[in-house]
Design a protein around this ligand. Structure first.
Ligand SMILES: [Fe+2]
Length: 316
């Protein structure tokens, strides 16, 4: 498969100033900002683009309110981009945009664009772990993160108005590999055979297209927790998290936000090759989360607040 992953996500929002405040706290890097367009980048160069929802040149929304207006998928090089275009050229929605990028509309009505990727690989060294007899972190303290710095836009999750059509479009027309599946209800797909567990999860919601969430990868569980606590301290509301998904194995924390459906920090997802064995699962709540905290952790428990020591003994 010729695509590398998500190169950019374009949001259409009601309140540009609130979107800017959120993204500054979220930890992506500001590149430029005006009343008409905000541009931020993740560590690897994936772009978060925010526009006023009424901007005339935005593709039409697939749902009311703040939402994703376009996903731009990145190809490794021109040959890979050409291969993708060959897959799409016969579709009725195929077009070349004013910016020269090939585009189609998926069966949900979401605009997709394709370009040679602007992302540069980031090599992360997650915190090594220690266990008796298996010490990987020697003479080195484990970090505490005061904020997250997202590495990439790892996946989007779409509510499919016509699940069968969306599944066929992404897995057959575009050629995404299936990593795991809730038959008839949801399918986890990845755009590279050798790659992270999912770049796109499609959920069946008959007749009502929408965005379920957009997810940003961070380096490890410590950055999920530290980043989430930092967002909480700044007043952003948890949608759910922290927690862990048994399917994909990732640690997660989702936040409500002024850009779209929830945005997610996540880390430590499964990495698949052609030898990955896709599973089929019955839809059950405990497969969304092995464990999760409903409303976040805020960093203000009695052992996290500076407190008056009345005992005279000090605190351990
Ligand atoms: Fe996710």
């Amino acid at each position: 498969m010729s695509l590398q992953g998500i190169d950019a996500v374009i949001f259409g929002v009601a309140d540009m100033a609130e979107a800017r405040r959120f993204l500054d706290d979220w930890g992506v890097s500001p590149v430029s900002g005006s009343a008409e367009k905000l541009l931020y980048r993740t560590r690897d160069g994936a772009e978060v683009i925010v526009r006023p929802k009424g901007a005339a040149d935005l593709p039409p929304p697939i749902e009311d309110g703040n939402t994703v207006r376009e996903v731009i998928w990145g190809a490794a090089d021109q040959a890979a981009l050409d291969e993708t275009v060959d897959r799409l050229r016969g579709l009725a929605s195929f077009r070349i945009g004013a910016d020269g990028l090939p585009r189609v509309t998926d069966p949900n009505g979401l605009s997709l664009a394709f370009r040679i990727s602007k992302r540069k690989p980031v090599v992360v060294t997650p915190t090594p772990v220690n266990a008796p007899g298996a010490h990987q972190r020697i003479n080195q303290r484990s970090p505490v993160h005061n904020k997250a710095t997202p590495i990439n836009i790892g996946h989007v999750v779409l509510f499919a108005a016509d699940f069968a059509a969306m599944r066929a479009f992404y897995t057959e027309t575009l050629g995404f590999a299936i990593s795991d599946e809730y038959p008839g209800h949801g399918v986890f797909t990845r755009c590279r055979t050798v790659g992270e567990h999912h770049n796109l999860f499609i959920l069946n919601r008959p007749g009502r297209a929408g965005i379920n969430h957009v997810a940003f990868t961070v380096s490890d569980i410590h950055e999920v927790i530290g980043g989430g606590i930092a967002m909480s301290k700044k007043g952003w509301k948890t949608e759910i998290g922290p927690g862990r998904h048994p399917i994909s194995s990732a640690y997660f924390w989702y936040f409500e936000n002024p850009l779209a459906a929830p945005l997610e920090y996540y880390a430590d997802e499964d990495f698949c090759t052609e030898d990955w064995k896709p599973g089929t699962f019955e839809r059950k709540p405990e497969l969304f989360a092995e464990w999760a905290i409903a409303g976040g952790i805020d960093g203000t428990t009695r052992r996290q607040r500076p407190m008056e020591d009345k005992s005279g003994r000090g605190h351990a």
